[in-house]
Design a protein around this ligand. Structure first.
Ligand code: HEM
Length: 464
Protein backbone atom coordinates (compact mmCIF):
# COMPACT_ATOMS: atom_id res chain seq x y z
CA UNK A 1 0.00 0.00 0.00
CA UNK A 2 2.88 2.35 0.94
CA UNK A 3 4.36 2.09 -2.57
CA UNK A 4 1.02 2.94 -4.22
CA UNK A 5 0.64 6.08 -2.10
CA UNK A 6 4.21 7.12 -2.88
CA UNK A 7 3.61 6.60 -6.60
CA UNK A 8 0.41 8.60 -6.40
CA UNK A 9 2.23 11.45 -4.71
CA UNK A 10 5.01 11.44 -7.33
CA UNK A 11 2.43 11.39 -10.14
CA UNK A 12 0.48 14.25 -8.56
CA UNK A 13 3.66 16.31 -8.15
CA UNK A 14 4.50 15.72 -11.82
CA UNK A 15 0.96 16.65 -12.87
CA UNK A 16 1.05 19.87 -10.86
CA UNK A 17 4.40 20.69 -12.46
CA UNK A 18 3.17 19.99 -15.98
CA UNK A 19 -0.21 21.63 -15.59
CA UNK A 20 0.78 24.76 -13.72
CA UNK A 21 4.52 25.43 -13.56
CA UNK A 22 5.16 24.77 -17.25
CA UNK A 23 2.23 26.95 -18.27
CA UNK A 24 3.81 30.02 -16.80
CA UNK A 25 5.47 31.01 -20.08
CA UNK A 26 3.05 33.33 -21.84
CA UNK A 27 5.30 33.62 -24.88
CA UNK A 28 5.59 29.92 -25.58
CA UNK A 29 3.33 28.45 -28.29
CA UNK A 30 0.20 26.57 -27.19
CA UNK A 31 1.17 23.18 -25.80
CA UNK A 32 -0.74 19.89 -26.09
CA UNK A 33 0.40 17.99 -23.05
CA UNK A 34 -2.21 15.27 -22.38
CA UNK A 35 -2.78 14.42 -18.75
CA UNK A 36 -0.24 11.67 -18.05
CA UNK A 37 2.94 13.11 -16.54
CA UNK A 38 6.07 12.67 -18.67
CA UNK A 39 4.23 10.67 -21.41
CA UNK A 40 2.17 13.79 -22.16
CA UNK A 41 0.24 13.36 -25.43
CA UNK A 42 2.53 10.53 -26.62
CA UNK A 43 -0.22 7.91 -26.88
CA UNK A 44 -2.74 10.03 -28.79
CA UNK A 45 0.02 11.41 -31.03
CA UNK A 46 1.63 8.02 -31.68
CA UNK A 47 -1.56 6.32 -32.93
CA UNK A 48 -1.77 8.23 -36.23
CA UNK A 49 0.74 11.09 -36.01
CA UNK A 50 0.04 12.73 -39.36
CA UNK A 51 -3.70 12.95 -38.66
CA UNK A 52 -2.97 14.25 -35.16
CA UNK A 53 -0.86 17.05 -36.65
CA UNK A 54 -3.64 18.12 -39.03
CA UNK A 55 -6.14 18.28 -36.16
CA UNK A 56 -3.70 20.15 -33.91
CA UNK A 57 -3.02 22.69 -36.64
CA UNK A 58 -6.74 23.32 -37.14
CA UNK A 59 -7.22 23.79 -33.40
CA UNK A 60 -4.05 25.61 -32.29
CA UNK A 61 -2.84 27.49 -35.37
CA UNK A 62 0.45 27.57 -37.24
CA UNK A 63 2.83 27.00 -34.29
CA UNK A 64 2.18 24.55 -31.45
CA UNK A 65 4.06 22.23 -29.14
CA UNK A 66 3.32 18.60 -28.39
CA UNK A 67 4.67 17.33 -25.07
CA UNK A 68 5.44 13.64 -25.60
CA UNK A 69 7.67 11.15 -23.78
CA UNK A 70 9.58 13.82 -21.89
CA UNK A 71 10.22 15.92 -25.02
CA UNK A 72 8.73 19.11 -26.37
CA UNK A 73 8.12 18.89 -30.11
CA UNK A 74 7.34 22.30 -31.57
CA UNK A 75 5.83 22.30 -35.06
CA UNK A 76 6.11 25.16 -37.53
CA UNK A 77 3.52 24.98 -40.27
CA UNK A 78 3.74 28.22 -42.25
CA UNK A 79 5.98 28.48 -45.30
CA UNK A 80 6.95 31.96 -44.12
CA UNK A 81 8.76 30.33 -41.17
CA UNK A 82 10.56 27.58 -43.10
CA UNK A 83 13.52 29.80 -43.91
CA UNK A 84 14.10 30.32 -40.17
CA UNK A 85 13.82 26.55 -39.66
CA UNK A 86 16.48 25.80 -42.26
CA UNK A 87 18.82 28.77 -41.91
CA UNK A 88 18.76 30.00 -38.30
CA UNK A 89 21.95 29.60 -36.28
CA UNK A 90 19.74 29.08 -33.21
CA UNK A 91 18.77 25.60 -34.36
CA UNK A 92 21.05 22.64 -34.93
CA UNK A 93 20.80 19.57 -37.19
CA UNK A 94 23.48 17.43 -35.56
CA UNK A 95 22.12 17.82 -32.05
CA UNK A 96 18.69 16.86 -33.31
CA UNK A 97 19.80 13.60 -34.91
CA UNK A 98 22.71 12.47 -32.70
CA UNK A 99 20.63 10.47 -30.23
CA UNK A 100 18.56 8.68 -32.95
CA UNK A 101 21.83 7.95 -34.81
CA UNK A 102 23.31 6.39 -31.69
CA UNK A 103 20.23 4.22 -31.16
CA UNK A 104 19.78 3.10 -34.76
CA UNK A 105 23.39 2.62 -35.85
CA UNK A 106 25.29 2.38 -32.52
CA UNK A 107 27.60 5.27 -33.42
CA UNK A 108 29.09 6.95 -30.34
CA UNK A 109 28.38 10.61 -29.63
CA UNK A 110 32.07 11.55 -29.97
CA UNK A 111 32.46 9.77 -33.30
CA UNK A 112 29.27 11.33 -34.68
CA UNK A 113 30.13 14.94 -33.83
CA UNK A 114 33.66 14.44 -35.12
CA UNK A 115 32.81 12.73 -38.43
CA UNK A 116 29.37 13.95 -39.43
CA UNK A 117 30.31 17.17 -41.30
CA UNK A 118 32.93 15.36 -43.40
CA UNK A 119 30.56 12.45 -44.17
CA UNK A 120 27.83 14.85 -45.30
CA UNK A 121 30.26 16.83 -47.45
CA UNK A 122 31.60 13.65 -49.02
CA UNK A 123 28.19 12.26 -50.07
CA UNK A 124 27.09 15.68 -51.32
CA UNK A 125 30.29 16.09 -53.33
CA UNK A 126 30.23 12.61 -54.88
CA UNK A 127 26.55 12.73 -55.82
CA UNK A 128 26.17 16.19 -57.37
CA UNK A 129 24.25 16.30 -60.64
CA UNK A 130 27.47 16.85 -62.56
CA UNK A 131 29.12 13.78 -60.97
CA UNK A 132 26.27 11.37 -61.57
CA UNK A 133 27.66 10.25 -64.94
CA UNK A 134 30.35 8.41 -62.92
CA UNK A 135 27.75 6.03 -61.51
CA UNK A 136 24.76 6.15 -63.86
CA UNK A 137 25.88 3.74 -66.57
CA UNK A 138 26.81 1.04 -64.03
CA UNK A 139 23.48 1.54 -62.30
CA UNK A 140 21.67 1.16 -65.60
CA UNK A 141 23.53 -2.08 -66.35
CA UNK A 142 22.60 -3.36 -62.87
CA UNK A 143 18.92 -2.52 -63.38
CA UNK A 144 18.98 -4.32 -66.73
CA UNK A 145 20.59 -7.38 -65.23
CA UNK A 146 18.11 -7.66 -62.35
CA UNK A 147 15.05 -6.83 -64.42
CA UNK A 148 15.98 -9.55 -66.91
CA UNK A 149 16.00 -12.07 -64.02
CA UNK A 150 12.23 -11.63 -63.74
CA UNK A 151 10.15 -14.22 -65.56
CA UNK A 152 8.52 -13.16 -68.87
CA UNK A 153 5.20 -12.87 -67.17
CA UNK A 154 3.92 -13.10 -63.64
CA UNK A 155 2.16 -11.37 -60.81
CA UNK A 156 3.31 -10.16 -57.43
CA UNK A 157 3.34 -7.39 -54.91
CA UNK A 158 4.58 -4.13 -56.46
CA UNK A 159 6.72 -3.19 -53.42
CA UNK A 160 8.40 -6.62 -53.49
CA UNK A 161 9.08 -6.27 -57.20
CA UNK A 162 10.70 -2.86 -56.68
CA UNK A 163 12.80 -4.10 -53.74
CA UNK A 164 14.06 -7.21 -55.53
CA UNK A 165 15.49 -5.16 -58.36
CA UNK A 166 16.51 -1.97 -56.57
CA UNK A 167 18.18 -3.39 -53.47
CA UNK A 168 20.92 -5.37 -55.22
CA UNK A 169 21.35 -2.79 -58.01
CA UNK A 170 21.74 0.22 -55.71
CA UNK A 171 23.97 -1.69 -53.27
CA UNK A 172 26.24 -2.75 -56.07
CA UNK A 173 26.33 0.81 -57.36
CA UNK A 174 27.11 2.55 -54.06
CA UNK A 175 28.88 -0.17 -52.08
CA UNK A 176 30.58 -2.12 -54.89
CA UNK A 177 29.75 -5.15 -57.03
CA UNK A 178 31.53 -7.39 -54.51
CA UNK A 179 29.04 -6.20 -51.89
CA UNK A 180 25.80 -6.76 -53.75
CA UNK A 181 23.81 -9.86 -52.59
CA UNK A 182 24.96 -12.48 -55.12
CA UNK A 183 22.09 -15.00 -55.26
CA UNK A 184 18.29 -14.91 -55.14
CA UNK A 185 18.45 -16.40 -51.64
CA UNK A 186 20.92 -13.70 -50.51
CA UNK A 187 18.65 -10.95 -51.90
CA UNK A 188 15.73 -12.55 -50.07
CA UNK A 189 17.58 -12.73 -46.76
CA UNK A 190 18.84 -9.15 -47.08
CA UNK A 191 15.32 -7.95 -47.99
CA UNK A 192 13.80 -9.57 -44.91
CA UNK A 193 16.42 -8.21 -42.51
CA UNK A 194 16.44 -4.74 -44.04
CA UNK A 195 12.65 -4.54 -44.02
CA UNK A 196 12.53 -5.43 -40.33
CA UNK A 197 15.18 -2.80 -39.62
CA UNK A 198 13.47 -0.16 -41.77
CA UNK A 199 9.97 -0.79 -40.39
CA UNK A 200 11.23 -0.53 -36.80
CA UNK A 201 13.61 2.37 -37.47
CA UNK A 202 11.27 5.03 -36.12
CA UNK A 203 10.64 3.18 -32.84
CA UNK A 204 14.29 2.10 -32.68
CA UNK A 205 15.34 5.75 -32.86
CA UNK A 206 13.36 6.50 -29.66
CA UNK A 207 13.10 3.35 -27.53
CA UNK A 208 15.67 1.10 -25.80
CA UNK A 209 16.44 -2.11 -27.74
CA UNK A 210 15.02 -4.10 -24.85
CA UNK A 211 11.51 -3.34 -26.18
CA UNK A 212 12.38 -4.17 -29.79
CA UNK A 213 13.99 -7.60 -29.81
CA UNK A 214 13.33 -8.50 -33.47
CA UNK A 215 14.44 -5.09 -34.66
CA UNK A 216 17.64 -5.23 -32.56
CA UNK A 217 18.46 -8.66 -34.08
CA UNK A 218 18.00 -7.32 -37.63
CA UNK A 219 20.25 -4.37 -36.78
CA UNK A 220 22.99 -6.69 -35.51
CA UNK A 221 22.64 -8.86 -38.63
CA UNK A 222 23.03 -5.80 -40.87
CA UNK A 223 25.96 -4.48 -38.84
CA UNK A 224 27.88 -7.72 -39.24
CA UNK A 225 27.07 -7.72 -42.95
CA UNK A 226 28.45 -4.16 -43.10
CA UNK A 227 31.62 -5.28 -41.32
CA UNK A 228 32.33 -7.85 -44.00
CA UNK A 229 31.41 -5.34 -46.73
CA UNK A 230 33.88 -2.84 -45.33
CA UNK A 231 36.62 -5.49 -45.34
CA UNK A 232 35.85 -6.43 -48.95
CA UNK A 233 35.74 -2.78 -49.99
CA UNK A 234 39.16 -2.21 -48.39
CA UNK A 235 40.65 -5.26 -50.16
CA UNK A 236 39.31 -4.19 -53.56
CA UNK A 237 40.35 -0.54 -53.46
CA UNK A 238 41.77 0.87 -56.66
CA UNK A 239 44.16 3.87 -56.64
CA UNK A 240 42.02 5.58 -59.32
CA UNK A 241 39.70 8.02 -57.45
CA UNK A 242 36.99 7.90 -60.11
CA UNK A 243 36.59 4.13 -59.90
CA UNK A 244 36.14 4.11 -56.12
CA UNK A 245 32.65 3.38 -54.80
CA UNK A 246 30.93 5.72 -52.36
CA UNK A 247 31.75 3.26 -49.58
CA UNK A 248 35.44 3.27 -50.54
CA UNK A 249 35.45 7.08 -50.48
CA UNK A 250 33.95 6.91 -46.99
CA UNK A 251 36.72 4.64 -45.82
CA UNK A 252 39.30 7.24 -46.77
CA UNK A 253 37.86 9.73 -44.25
CA UNK A 254 36.67 7.43 -41.45
CA UNK A 255 39.49 6.35 -39.22
CA UNK A 256 37.71 5.06 -36.10
CA UNK A 257 36.09 1.65 -35.61
CA UNK A 258 32.60 2.84 -36.59
CA UNK A 259 32.95 2.65 -40.39
CA UNK A 260 30.52 -0.35 -40.69
CA UNK A 261 28.01 1.64 -38.62
CA UNK A 262 28.25 4.66 -40.94
CA UNK A 263 27.91 2.30 -43.90
CA UNK A 264 24.67 0.95 -42.41
CA UNK A 265 23.31 4.45 -41.97
CA UNK A 266 24.27 5.47 -45.48
CA UNK A 267 22.67 2.34 -46.90
CA UNK A 268 19.49 2.99 -44.93
CA UNK A 269 19.37 6.63 -46.12
CA UNK A 270 19.86 5.56 -49.72
CA UNK A 271 17.17 2.85 -49.78
CA UNK A 272 14.56 3.68 -47.15
CA UNK A 273 13.10 6.75 -48.88
CA UNK A 274 13.73 5.88 -52.51
CA UNK A 275 12.04 2.44 -52.50
CA UNK A 276 8.58 3.65 -51.37
CA UNK A 277 8.78 6.58 -53.80
CA UNK A 278 9.53 4.20 -56.67
CA UNK A 279 6.49 2.16 -55.61
CA UNK A 280 4.25 5.26 -55.49
CA UNK A 281 5.49 6.68 -58.79
CA UNK A 282 4.77 3.41 -60.59
CA UNK A 283 1.45 3.08 -58.75
CA UNK A 284 0.32 6.60 -59.68
CA UNK A 285 1.38 6.11 -63.31
CA UNK A 286 -0.27 2.77 -63.96
CA UNK A 287 -3.45 3.62 -62.06
CA UNK A 288 -4.13 6.65 -64.28
CA UNK A 289 -4.61 5.75 -67.96
CA UNK A 290 -3.87 9.23 -69.33
CA UNK A 291 -0.64 9.50 -67.32
CA UNK A 292 0.38 5.95 -68.33
CA UNK A 293 -0.28 6.79 -72.00
CA UNK A 294 1.83 9.97 -71.84
CA UNK A 295 4.70 8.08 -70.15
CA UNK A 296 4.61 5.34 -72.80
CA UNK A 297 4.56 7.90 -75.63
CA UNK A 298 7.62 9.57 -74.12
CA UNK A 299 9.40 6.22 -73.78
CA UNK A 300 8.54 5.22 -77.35
CA UNK A 301 9.82 8.48 -78.80
CA UNK A 302 13.14 8.47 -76.95
CA UNK A 303 14.01 4.73 -76.81
CA UNK A 304 13.13 4.04 -80.45
CA UNK A 305 14.02 0.46 -81.26
CA UNK A 306 16.59 -0.20 -78.55
CA UNK A 307 17.32 -3.79 -77.51
CA UNK A 308 14.82 -4.39 -74.69
CA UNK A 309 17.10 -6.79 -72.82
CA UNK A 310 20.05 -4.48 -72.30
CA UNK A 311 19.07 -0.98 -73.24
CA UNK A 312 21.45 1.35 -71.43
CA UNK A 313 20.07 4.81 -70.79
CA UNK A 314 22.67 7.52 -70.78
CA UNK A 315 22.43 10.73 -68.77
CA UNK A 316 21.46 12.68 -71.88
CA UNK A 317 18.77 10.14 -72.81
CA UNK A 318 17.33 10.44 -69.33
CA UNK A 319 17.01 14.16 -69.90
CA UNK A 320 14.73 13.31 -72.79
CA UNK A 321 12.27 11.76 -70.36
CA UNK A 322 11.14 14.91 -68.50
CA UNK A 323 7.58 13.69 -68.01
CA UNK A 324 8.80 10.65 -66.05
CA UNK A 325 10.92 12.94 -63.89
CA UNK A 326 7.87 15.12 -63.20
CA UNK A 327 5.96 11.96 -62.20
CA UNK A 328 8.77 11.09 -59.74
CA UNK A 329 8.76 14.59 -58.24
CA UNK A 330 4.98 14.61 -57.99
CA UNK A 331 5.03 11.24 -56.18
CA UNK A 332 7.69 12.63 -53.81
CA UNK A 333 5.53 15.71 -53.20
CA UNK A 334 2.50 13.62 -52.30
CA UNK A 335 4.31 10.98 -50.26
CA UNK A 336 7.11 13.02 -48.71
CA UNK A 337 8.55 12.58 -45.20
CA UNK A 338 6.20 13.13 -42.26
CA UNK A 339 8.68 15.39 -40.45
CA UNK A 340 12.19 16.75 -40.41
CA UNK A 341 13.84 18.02 -37.25
CA UNK A 342 16.25 20.54 -35.76
CA UNK A 343 17.12 21.16 -32.10
CA UNK A 344 16.66 24.63 -30.66
CA UNK A 345 19.96 25.68 -29.05
CA UNK A 346 19.12 29.33 -28.27
CA UNK A 347 15.68 30.97 -27.81
CA UNK A 348 14.18 31.61 -31.22
CA UNK A 349 11.25 33.80 -32.24
CA UNK A 350 8.68 32.31 -34.60
CA UNK A 351 5.48 34.28 -35.28
CA UNK A 352 4.90 35.95 -31.91
CA UNK A 353 6.17 33.04 -29.89
CA UNK A 354 9.49 32.30 -28.25
CA UNK A 355 10.64 28.70 -28.67
CA UNK A 356 12.90 27.71 -25.77
CA UNK A 357 16.26 25.92 -26.11
CA UNK A 358 15.90 22.16 -25.81
CA UNK A 359 12.71 22.01 -27.93
CA UNK A 360 12.80 19.84 -31.02
CA UNK A 361 11.70 22.08 -33.90
CA UNK A 362 9.67 20.10 -36.43
CA UNK A 363 8.46 20.75 -39.97
CA UNK A 364 6.20 18.40 -41.91
CA UNK A 365 6.97 18.26 -45.65
CA UNK A 366 3.93 15.97 -46.03
CA UNK A 367 1.56 18.70 -44.82
CA UNK A 368 3.57 21.60 -46.30
CA UNK A 369 2.96 20.06 -49.74
CA UNK A 370 -0.78 20.21 -49.22
CA UNK A 371 -0.91 24.02 -49.06
CA UNK A 372 -3.06 25.10 -52.04
CA UNK A 373 -1.28 28.46 -52.21
CA UNK A 374 1.80 26.59 -53.46
CA UNK A 375 0.22 23.47 -54.94
CA UNK A 376 -3.30 24.08 -56.32
CA UNK A 377 -5.53 20.98 -55.99
CA UNK A 378 -2.90 19.57 -53.64
CA UNK A 379 -4.26 16.01 -53.36
CA UNK A 380 -4.26 15.55 -57.15
CA UNK A 381 -1.38 13.73 -58.88
CA UNK A 382 -0.52 16.33 -61.55
CA UNK A 383 2.96 15.79 -63.06
CA UNK A 384 2.51 18.84 -65.32
CA UNK A 385 2.82 21.21 -62.36
CA UNK A 386 6.58 20.46 -62.46
CA UNK A 387 6.91 22.00 -65.92
CA UNK A 388 7.52 25.34 -64.15
CA UNK A 389 10.46 24.05 -62.05
CA UNK A 390 13.93 25.03 -63.21
CA UNK A 391 15.55 21.65 -62.65
CA UNK A 392 18.55 22.41 -64.91
CA UNK A 393 19.44 25.14 -62.44
CA UNK A 394 18.83 22.72 -59.51
CA UNK A 395 15.70 24.57 -58.45
CA UNK A 396 12.54 22.73 -57.37
CA UNK A 397 9.08 24.33 -57.10
CA UNK A 398 8.57 26.98 -54.45
CA UNK A 399 7.19 25.37 -51.30
CA UNK A 400 8.75 21.94 -52.04
CA UNK A 401 10.74 20.77 -49.01
CA UNK A 402 10.81 16.96 -49.36
CA UNK A 403 14.62 16.93 -49.27
CA UNK A 404 14.88 19.33 -46.33
CA UNK A 405 16.96 22.46 -46.69
CA UNK A 406 19.88 24.55 -45.50
CA UNK A 407 23.34 23.13 -44.91
CA UNK A 408 22.12 19.60 -44.21
CA UNK A 409 19.68 19.19 -47.07
CA UNK A 410 19.54 15.59 -48.40
CA UNK A 411 22.90 15.03 -50.12
CA UNK A 412 21.49 12.12 -52.17
CA UNK A 413 18.66 14.03 -53.82
CA UNK A 414 20.03 14.11 -57.38
CA UNK A 415 21.04 10.48 -57.20
CA UNK A 416 17.53 9.64 -55.91
CA UNK A 417 15.84 11.44 -58.82
CA UNK A 418 18.17 9.83 -61.35
CA UNK A 419 17.84 6.27 -60.03
CA UNK A 420 14.04 6.35 -59.73
CA UNK A 421 13.56 7.94 -63.16
CA UNK A 422 15.94 5.39 -64.69
CA UNK A 423 14.24 2.44 -63.02
CA UNK A 424 10.75 3.60 -64.08
CA UNK A 425 11.88 4.25 -67.66
CA UNK A 426 13.48 0.81 -67.94
CA UNK A 427 10.79 -1.30 -66.30
CA UNK A 428 8.01 0.32 -68.34
CA UNK A 429 10.02 -0.03 -71.56
CA UNK A 430 10.51 -3.74 -70.92
CA UNK A 431 7.27 -4.71 -69.15
CA UNK A 432 3.62 -3.97 -69.42
CA UNK A 433 2.31 -3.50 -65.88
CA UNK A 434 -1.32 -3.82 -64.81
CA UNK A 435 -2.64 -3.17 -61.32
CA UNK A 436 -4.55 -6.11 -59.86
CA UNK A 437 -5.53 -4.27 -56.65
CA UNK A 438 -6.48 -0.67 -56.11
CA UNK A 439 -3.63 1.59 -55.03
CA UNK A 440 -3.39 1.54 -51.19
CA UNK A 441 -3.50 4.66 -49.04
CA UNK A 442 -0.34 5.79 -47.28
CA UNK A 443 0.00 4.33 -43.80
CA UNK A 444 -0.81 6.86 -41.09
CA UNK A 445 1.46 5.25 -38.48
CA UNK A 446 4.78 6.84 -39.42
CA UNK A 447 6.39 10.25 -39.22
CA UNK A 448 9.96 9.40 -40.25
CA UNK A 449 10.80 9.12 -43.93
CA UNK A 450 8.64 8.91 -47.03
CA UNK A 451 5.21 7.33 -46.69
CA UNK A 452 4.73 3.55 -46.80
CA UNK A 453 1.68 1.93 -48.43
CA UNK A 454 -0.73 0.64 -45.78
CA UNK A 455 -1.36 -2.65 -47.54
CA UNK A 456 -0.20 -4.89 -50.39
CA UNK A 457 -0.72 -3.98 -54.02
CA UNK A 458 -0.42 -6.72 -56.65
CA UNK A 459 0.57 -6.13 -60.26
CA UNK A 460 0.60 -8.32 -63.36
CA UNK A 461 3.74 -7.95 -65.50
CA UNK A 462 4.34 -9.11 -69.06
CA UNK A 463 7.59 -8.69 -71.00
CA UNK A 464 6.89 -6.53 -74.05
C1 HEM B 1 13.07 10.23 -52.69
C2 HEM B 1 14.13 9.92 -52.00
C3 HEM B 1 14.67 10.71 -50.83
C4 HEM B 1 14.07 11.62 -50.00
C5 HEM B 1 12.64 12.14 -50.05
C6 HEM B 1 15.08 12.06 -49.05
C7 HEM B 1 14.86 13.00 -48.05
C8 HEM B 1 15.79 13.35 -47.10
C9 HEM B 1 15.57 14.30 -46.03
C10 HEM B 1 14.26 15.07 -45.79
C11 HEM B 1 16.70 14.38 -45.30
C12 HEM B 1 16.93 15.30 -44.08
C13 HEM B 1 17.31 16.70 -44.57
C14 HEM B 1 17.09 17.81 -43.55
O1 HEM B 1 16.87 17.54 -42.37
O2 HEM B 1 17.15 18.99 -43.96
C15 HEM B 1 17.65 13.46 -45.88
C16 HEM B 1 18.90 13.24 -45.38
C17 HEM B 1 19.80 12.37 -45.96
N1 HEM B 1 19.66 11.71 -47.16
FE1 HEM B 1 18.01 11.67 -48.31
N2 HEM B 1 16.25 11.41 -49.32
C18 HEM B 1 16.05 10.57 -50.39
C19 HEM B 1 16.98 9.75 -50.99
C20 HEM B 1 18.30 9.65 -50.62
C21 HEM B 1 19.31 8.87 -51.31
C22 HEM B 1 19.06 8.04 -52.57
C23 HEM B 1 20.46 9.01 -50.60
C24 HEM B 1 21.84 8.43 -50.88
C25 HEM B 1 22.26 8.03 -52.03
C26 HEM B 1 20.19 9.87 -49.47
C27 HEM B 1 21.10 10.22 -48.50
C28 HEM B 1 20.81 11.00 -47.40
C29 HEM B 1 21.73 11.19 -46.29
C30 HEM B 1 23.10 10.55 -46.15
C31 HEM B 1 21.10 12.04 -45.38
C32 HEM B 1 21.63 12.52 -44.02
C33 HEM B 1 22.41 13.77 -44.22
C34 HEM B 1 23.24 14.16 -43.01
O3 HEM B 1 23.24 13.45 -42.00
O4 HEM B 1 23.91 15.19 -43.08
N3 HEM B 1 18.88 10.25 -49.52
N4 HEM B 1 17.08 12.87 -46.98
Amino acid sequence: MGIEILLLLVLSAFSVYFLFVQRKHPNYPPCIRGWIPWFGAAFQFGKAPLDFLAQARAKYGPVFTIAAAGKRLTFVNLHEDFNTFFMSKDVDFQQAVQDPVQRTASISKESFFKNHPACHALIKGRLTRSNLHEVSSDLCAEFNEHLELLTDEGAGDLSDLVRHVMYPAVMSNLLGKCNSPASKAAVQEFTEQFQTYDEGFEYGSQLPELFLRKWAKAKQWLLSLMKSMVLKAKRNTSPDTNSKTLLQHFLTILTDSFSPNYALLMMWASLANAIPITFWTLGFIISQPSVYRTVMEEIASSFGEKDKTKSVLSESELQQLPYIQWCVLEAIRLRSPGTITRKVVRPIKIQNYIIPPGDMLMLSPFWAHRDPRYFPEPEKFMPERWKKANLEKNVFLEGFVAFGGGRYQCPGRWYALMEIQMFIGLILYKYELTLLDSLPKPSSRHLVGTQQPDGPCRVQYNHR
